[in-house]
Design a protein around this ligand. Structure first.
Ligand code: ZN
Length: 205
């Protein structure tokens, strides 16, 4: 699939908001990564060096096969064409500095290789809010997500994004991460898996 744009939703799981010390009543955050950030399964992730911790954020990812503006929440899931798992890699130390300085997040979120992405599974009306997924690093469980814990459902995210952008086929949404984010090191192996989606592995270089 040709990816047109990558939207990312932040602060979408209460327990993750808490682990980063963010205010629980803040709105969901929206940011973007260029499609050039994608790392397909089987290709090594080149971690940035000398810029502090690189954190994994395991996320459900959906791809749209259509869209439009001002999409009603009841109509939103009609535009989902496929789903998978992905990593919203984040330079956490740099993000904290940028947040403190009130600066934008591109440097900590949109660097090369910041969006490892699994293989797409065609969407056939599965309940996207009843999925379970796990992230292991070197075999140790780091994140265990339940999409029912999302503060903003996938349908709500599509509704929100469509108020600002005319959504279209090829738009991809990283839907936020559950708790358990942590650092990756060169030599680590990271896997994402979900019974409904599959198992994907990357090595970090
Ligand atoms: Zn994220």
């Amino acid at each position: 699939m040709d990816i047109k744009r990558i939207f990312c939703i932040g602060r979408n799981y209460a327990a993750h908001i808490e682990e980063l010390g963010n205010a629980p009543d803040s709105d969901c955050v929206v940011f973007m990564k260029p499609p050039s950030c994608v790392v397909p399964v089987g290709q090594p992730i080149r971690l940035p060096r000398g810029v502090g911790a690189v954190h994994h954020e395991a996320e459900l990812v959906v791809a749209l096969n259509g869209g439009g503006s001002d999409i009603a929440i009841e109509q939103a899931l009609k535009h989902v064409g496929a789903f998978t798992l992905g990593l919203d890699l984040t330079l956490r130390d740099l993000q904290n500095q940028l947040k403190d300085a009130g600066k934008p997040w591109e440097l900590c979120k949109a660097f090369d290789d910041a969006a490892p992405l699994g293989h797409w599974v065609a969407y056939r009306g599965e309940d996207l809010q009843a999925l379970e997924f796990k992230c292991h690093v070197n075999g140790a469980l780091r994140q265990h997500g339940q999409t029912r814990d999302m503060l903003y459902s996938v349908a709500r995210q599509i509704q929100i994004l469509s108020r600002t952008w005319a959504l279209a086929a090829g738009d991809v949404i990283y839907t936020g991460t559950p708790k358990g984010v942590g650092p990756l090191q060169a030599g680590d192996s990271i896997t994402l898996e979900s019974d409904a989606i599959g198992r994907f592995e990357w090595s970090c270089g």
